[in-house]
Design a protein around this ligand. Structure first.
Ligand code: BES
Ligand code: ZN
Length: 586
């Protein structure tokens, strides 16, 4: 037996799924998906096959001749789910599983019409990373096992389905529509994704289309207008874009992440629509994953830094190409601050601040943080500084080439860079980065005159009529000492109208600073933000600030009780964790 992923029952010694064909009927009334999936193996075989499931009810499993196969659903493990063990007769090429999902499927959020922009139709979307695909389909749910797929989704004909796959057409059948999709490139299961709702689209270029609810689509198309330029810049840096289309689905506000790099159809939070294109680095980030993550994939969550650290590097190279060195440096500076905060947050579990982690017994959603992103980024920039940019980028191209459509560990990365850039790892003391806690002393500090200007301000008010970007505002606010006196906060708000800001990357740092300073005049605005937005980047600091202060703790708890039903399951779990940390011992 060889299980290579602490979060999956997939076993190397068993058959491997080469592709799956899914037929799924989506029922908004019962919030259940009734599915039939055929798993086809890389080569026919026999014996035991272990699949991942979570809250699935398995009706039957048959072989390629339709003969019933014996199976056992083992008792579920927390967050990992239940092992589905099937016994395969000799030379089995494929099996077909009939099953149903649970209304609590952790990969899904079912939205009532009132939770959508239009207010008339329901909406459904999936989010499979890190280990939620198993709550949708019984699969070998490990990123090391790439699979192609086809899918046929049966949905109400008043709605439209979109999928992170090629569209193969739609047929209307009475009150239903059957929408067909195909993903011809093999993908890790965490990139399986779809959404169903009242969706409209605008084409931005021959390979870029923006999807959103009809009331949002114009604003989304305007905000994301630079996407084709981003792809062109990324191709110049990292090689041809391999996924044909780069469509964007603008999510409902409850989407818990900033973005999710589902191939061919990136999912993006609507909070990026600030009206001035100031937050589109999230698009650059998800686009960058088309190389780092989707082509070269972490073999399991213990090597998550390979996905996100490389992607932060690639994201900032795209930003640099399109907006200049200063903007990339400002982004890195803000990332550095967020890294330091995250290291502080994990001070009781410092093993989580290593790049190479050990996650046996640990839920990947529980340990999610910016550490693999920003420490990974700083590690790569340290190597880049040691060998020079041309050599580093030359090596990066060979790395992408060597591992395309593969899944790798930190050890594979080490072996590859030792060959391509001998001595580079020793120069930067790689063990301190990979297996050491906290931030090594040789981290590069980004140089930026605009950052220096902000730091020089200290707690002085911002220059009148400044032209600060959202990143500069966030840096200024993060730099202010806290708690700040009420009079200072009042004056700042009177000058800059921060409470009125509609740019969440400015608004949320401001509200967090205000809460931490006990300036409770902002409470109504805080309540509005946590009621209208489910992105964890914003919920976490606000609920943390509410919970940390005795004056607002009860208010925060009551607020969450009232709003929790509308949050995504992952966001709900995160806020529960925050509040539990501050709950007084009984
Ligand atoms: N792949 C991640 C989102 C993710 C990570 C979902 C782990 C589930 C588990 C995505 O690419 C991401 O990093 N999103 C960031 C964007 C930001 C760094 C620009 C986010 O959501 O904040
Ligand atoms: Zn990412």
């Amino acid at each position: 037996m060889a299980r290579r992923d602490p979060h999956s029952y997939a076993d190397d010694a068993q058959l491997q799924t080469e592709s799956f064909a899914l037929e799924a009927r989506i029922d908004f009334q019962t919030q259940v998906i009734t599915g039939r999936v055929t798993l086809t193996f890389a080569a026919p075989g026999s014996g035991t096959l272990d699949l991942d499931t979570r809250d699935l009810s398995i009706a039957s499993i048959v072989d390629a001749h339709g003969a019933a196969l014996a199976f056992t659903v083992h008792p579920p493990e927390p967050y990992i789910g239940a092992r589905l063990e099937v016994t395969l007769p000799a030379t089995t090429p494929s099996i077909t599983i009939a099953y149903q999902t649970s209304p609590d499927a952790s990969a899904l959020q079912w939205l009532a019409p009132a939770q959508t922009d239009g207010g008339i139709h329901p909406y459904l979307f999936s989010q499979c990373q890190a280990i939620h695909a198993r709550s949708l389909v019984p699969v070998q749910d490990s990123p090391g096992l790439r699979q192609r797929y086809t899918a046929e989704l049966t949905i109400p004909s008043s709605l439209r389905a979109v999928m992170a796959a090629a569209d193969r057409g739609r047929t209307e059948v009475g009150e239903h529509a059957v929408h067909r999709f195909e993903m011809p490139q093999p993908i890790p299961p965490y990139l399986f994704a779809f959404a169903v709702g009242d969706l409209a689209s605008r084409d931005l270029s021959p390979r870029v289309r923006v999807w959103a609810e009809p009331g949002v689509v114009e604003r989304a198309a305007w905000e994301f207008a630079d996407t084709e330029a981003m792809i062109t810049a990324a191709e110049a840096l990292f090689g041809p874009y391999d996924w044909e289309r780069f469509d964007i689905l603008t999510m409902p506000p409850s989407f818990p992440y900033g973005g999710m790099e589902n191939p061919r159809l990136t999912f993006i939070t609507p909070t990026v629509i600030a009206g001035d294109r100031s937050l589109v680095s999230v698009i650059a980030h998800e686009l960058a994953h088309s190389w780092t993550g989707n082509l070269v994939t972490n073999a399991n969550a213990e090597h998550f830094w390979l996905n996100e650290g490389f992607t932060m590097y690639a994201e900032r190279r795209i930003t640099e190409a399109l907006e200049g060195e200063e903007m990339a440096a400002l982004s890195a500076a803000l990332g550095r601050r967020e890294l330091e905060e995250s290291i502080e947050r994990f001070k009781d579990t410092p093993a989580m601040t290593k790049l190479r982690t050990h996650l046996e017994g640990i839920d990947p959603d529980e340990c999610y943080s910016l550490i693999p992103y920003e420490k990974g980024y700083l590690f790569l920039t340290a190597i880049e500084a040691a060998v020079g940019r041309p050599a580093f980028v030359g090596w990066l191209r060979t790395y992408l080439d060597a591992f395309r459509f593969g899944a790798i560990t930190t050890e594979d990365f080490i072996a590859h860079i030792e060959r391509g850039l001998p001595g580079a790892l020793a120069k930067v003391d790689a063990p301190a980065w990979l297996d050491g806690e906290g931030l090594p002393p040789n981290a590069i500090t980004a140089k930026s005159s605009r950052l220096a200007a902000i730091e020089a301000l200290g707690s002085a008010p911002p220059p009148v009529d400044n032209t600060w970007s959202a990143t500069e505002w966030a840096l200024y606010l993060e730099n202010l000492p806290r708690p700040l006196p009420e009079a200072t906060l009042e004056a700042l708000d009177a000058q800059c109208h921060l409470t009125e800001s509609r740019n969440y990357d400015v608004l949320v740092p401001w509200l967090t600073l205000a809460l931490k300073s006990g300036y409770l005049a902002v409470l109504p605005r805080v309540e509005r933000v946590v009621a209208e937005v489910g992105r964890m980047k914003y919920l976490r600091p606000l609920y943390t600030a509410l919970a940390a202060e005795p004056a607002t703790r009860d208010r925060g708890n009551a607020l969450f009780d009232q709003l929790r039903a509308g949050y995504h399951p992952i966001a709900r779990q995160m806020v529960e964790g925050v509040q539990a940390r501050y709950r007084p011992a009984p």
